[in-house]
Design a binder for this molecule. Structure first.
Ligand code: ZN
Length: 148
C-alpha cells in the first residue's frame, strides 16, 4: 500500500527515522528502525506496531540504562503492558497502594526497574496475557519447546 503525506500530498518513502520519546524528564532518541517519511516536510507515518515498538524500546531502555528513573517510567511501562495498578501489583508481589506510591516517587530502585523491564521482555515475546497470569495464582504454568 502506498502512503501519501496529508500535508504535501506526495508519496512517502521509507528511510532512516529518528524517533523521540519523552518519559518523565528523560528523552529517548531511537534510530534503530526506519519509517515512511515525507521527502518534503519530513513527517513520518507510523503503523500501530511501529509506534508501539518505539514506546516499548524507550521504556525498556530507561528502566535498564538510565542513571535515575522516576516513577513516571514505571507508569509509562505499565501502560505499555496494558496493566492496571492492581494487576501489576500481583505480578510484582506487592499491593496496589505500593504501586501508586512508586509511580509518584522521584527515584525508583534498580530491582524494581529490572523486574518491570523483565515484564516488558515477556510481553514482547508473546506472553500477552500478563494480567491473567498474575490474577490466577493457582494456575499451572508449562514450559514447552518453542515451535519452529
Ligand atoms: Zn509532507
Amino acid at each position: 500500500m502506498e502512503l501519501y503525506c496529508h500535508e504535501c500530498d506526495i508519496k512517502l518513502v521509507r528511510g532512516p527515522w529518528k524517533h523521540t520519546t519523552t518519559i518523565g524528564k528523560i528523552t529517548v532518541v531511537d534510530t534503530s528502525a526506519t519509517a515512511e517519511t515525507c521527502p518534503q516536510c519530513g513527517t513520518a507515518s507510523l503503523s500501530q506496531d511501529e509506534a508501539e515498538g518505539y514506546q516499548h524500546r524507550a521504556a525498556h531502555l530507561v528502566l535498564t540504562q538510565a542513571k535515575h528513573a522516576t516513577g513516571e517510567a514505571l507508569k509509562y511501562a505499565r501502560s505499555i503492558l496494558g496493566l492496571k495498578q492492581k494487576e501489576l501489583a500481583v505480578l510484582l508481589d506487592t499491593n496496589e497502594q505500593q504501586i501508586s506510591r512508586w509511580e509518584h516517587e522521584e527515584t525508583i530502585d534498580r530491582r524494581l526497574r529490572l523486574a518491570v523491564a523483565e515484564l516488558l521482555d515477556l510481553s514482547q515475546r508473546g506472553e500477552r496475557s500478563l494480567a491473567e497470569l498474575g490474577t490466577n495464582g493457582s494456575r499451572q504454568l508449562e514450559i514447552t519447546p518453542r515451535a519452529g
